[in-house]
Structure formats: structure tokens, C-alpha cells
Design a protein around this ligand. Structure first.
Ligand code: AP5
Length: 238
């Protein structure tokens, strides 16, 4: 069965960090819509031109644009064994479109990473990224990227005012998709306010458990009626 993972969580929850780790460990492609948009901005493409102002303002790029990008990406052969989606879906229309794109391709395992807001604000205020390759800087990198040697910079949407706006947008437009997914047997909540390695271990275990749900593929049928009976499953901390 394909391992189709969707990472949910507010800005700074650690979706990108954990998606990268999980994808690498399991040999799956990580598909980050934020990274795709930032690459388009750097490359000065038409998509980048459309996306830049919206991203810098902390708003969401239009659903049709995002659904088109992800729909095309999920047609590529490297996604047949599964994938890790980071940053998509972000609205109910995107989640509904993803169900349609995924029809007949096995269940989505949806992981919601939960972190208190004061911790998110601290993390995003402290974040530096590489101005060349875009990776999040590790604490031990002081001025340059440990991978490509590029200069470390602040992400253009990590300023205090924009971060608060992104959190409002998250609550207004993205949080409703937690409800959209929460009754599926393959939905899991992870405590993201723990050291990264502990979050990684919790996530691995939760996804493993979710994949073992009997008949998950049948019950989580990827149709327009996604909400099935069942409770929210909270991952037990280590
Ligand atoms: P995107 O890049 O997806 O940003 P985001 O969702 O706001 O998430 P972040 O990248 O800020 O945080 P994260 O949860 O990935 O955490 P990370 O691992 O980086 O999107 C950017 C913009 O693109 C959007 O605002 C929107 O405009 C547009 N966009 C993207 N997708 C879209 C869509 N589908 N529809 C419409 N528009 C879209 O970690 C954050 C920091 O915390 C790092 O410094 C990291 O080192 C640190 N950290 C991580 N985990 C831990 C931990 N456990 N303990 C301590 N520190 C940690």
C-alpha cells in the first residue's frame, strides 16, 4: 500500500522539518508547496511573480493555482509509492480537491502537529534560512549555510507582524481542515512541543499505527464524503 502522508499544523509547528526527515527515512518525495512557491519567486517565473506579494503579506495563494500545482506534481511516477505533503492542503476546497486527485490511490495518513502559540512565535522569530538553497539553518550554523555555504537570512514572511497575520490566516482558513479530516481512521495528532527527535519518533509510530488500521483504504475512501465515524486519536507521548 502506498504511504500517502499529509502534514498539518500552524506556521512554525515543524511540518517542514518532520516532513523532510520522514521522507528521507522512507524514501518518499517530500512535496512542500511553500518551497515550490519560494523556488518560483527566486527563479522569477510567472508563478513566482503571482506568489511573492501574497506570501510576503502572509496570505494564501489562490486555491486554483495551488490545486493545479499539486495535481500536476502528484501525477509524476515518483509519487506512486507515496509522498509526504507539507503545506497542502490549506483550505477546505484544497482538501476536497486532494480527495478527488487521490481517488483510487489509497488512504491519506493525516498528521496534525500541535504546538502552543507562544512557542510558535519564538521559533519563527529565531528562524534563519539559507539565502541560496533555502534550508532552515541549524543552531550551530552562525552566519553561513552548512550545506551550500550561502548566507543565512531571515525568511521574508517571518517578521513579527506578518507571522501574527499568518497565524490568523491559519486559524481562519486552515484550521477547519482539521475538522474535515479528524474523524478519519488515519488521522493522528502529534505533540510538536518536544525536541525534534522525539517528535520524529512519535510521528513514525503514529503513522505506523495509522497504516495498520484495518481496512483503512476502504473506510477512508477518498470520496466527497470524507468524514466517517471514529474519534480523534492522540499520539501518546514517549
Ligand atoms: P510554508 O512554507 O508552508 O509556511 P508555513 O506553513 O507558515 O510553515 P513554516 O515553514 O513557517 O513552518 P513549519 O511548520 O514548516 O516549521 P519548520 O519545520 O520550518 O508556506 C509559506 C507561504 O506560502 C504561505 O504563507 C502561503 O502564502 C504560501 N502557501 C504555501 N502553501 C500554500 C497553499 N497550499 N495554499 C496557499 N498558499 C500556500 O520549523 C520552523 C522553525 O522551528 C525552524 O527554525 C525549525 O528549525 C524549528 N523547529 C522545528 N521543529 C522544532 C522542534 N520540535 N523544537 C524546536 N524547534 C523546532
Amino acid at each position: 500500500m502506498a504511504l500517502n502522508v499529509v502534514m498539518l499544523g500552524p506556521p512554525g509547528a515543524g511540518k517542514g522539518t518532520q516532513a523532510e526527515r520522514f521522507a528521507k527515512t522512507h524514501g518518499l518525495p517530500k512535496i512542500s508547496t511553500g518551497d515550490i512557491l519560494r523556488e518560483a519567486v527566486q527563479a522569477h517565473t510567472e508563478l513566482g511573480r503571482i506568489a511573492q506579494t501574497t506570501m510576503d503579506a502572509g496570505e494564501l495563494v489562490g486555491d486554483q493555482v495551488m490545486i493545479g500545482i499539486v495535481g500536476e506534481r502528484l501525477q509524476r511516477p515518483d509519487t506512486q509509492r507515496g509522498f509526504v505533503l507539507d503545506g497542502f492542503p490549506r483550505t477546505v476546497p484544497q482538501a476536497t480537491a486532494l480527495d478527488q486527485i487521490m481517488a483510487g490511490r489509497g488512504p491519506l495518513v493525516v498528521v496534525d502537529i500541535v504546538v502552543p502559540e507562544d512557542v510558535l512565535l519564538r521559533r519563527l522569530a529565531a528562524r534563519r534560512i539559507c539565502g541560496s538553497c533555502g534550508v532552515n539553518a541549524l543552531v550551530e550554523w552562525t552566519t553561513t549555510c552548512g550545506i551550500c555555504g550561502g548566507n543565512l537570512v531571515t525568511r521574508t514572511d517571518d517578521g513579527d507582524g506578518v507571522v501574527r497575520g499568518r497565524l490568523k490566516v491559519y486559524h481562519r482558513q486552515t484550521r477547519p481542515i482539521v475538522e474535515f479530516y479528524s474523524k478519519r481512521p488515519t488521522f493522528r495528532v502529534i505533540d510538536g512541543n518536544q525536541p525534534p527527535d522525539v517528535v520524529t519518533a512519535s510521528m513514525d509510530r503514529a503513522i505506523c499505527q495509522a497504516c495498520a488500521v484495518p481496512d483503512a483504504a476502504k473506510r477512508d475512501s477518498m470520496t466527497a464524503d470524507p468524514v466517517k465515524p471514529g474519534g480523534v486519536k492522540k499520539e501518546v507521548p514517549l
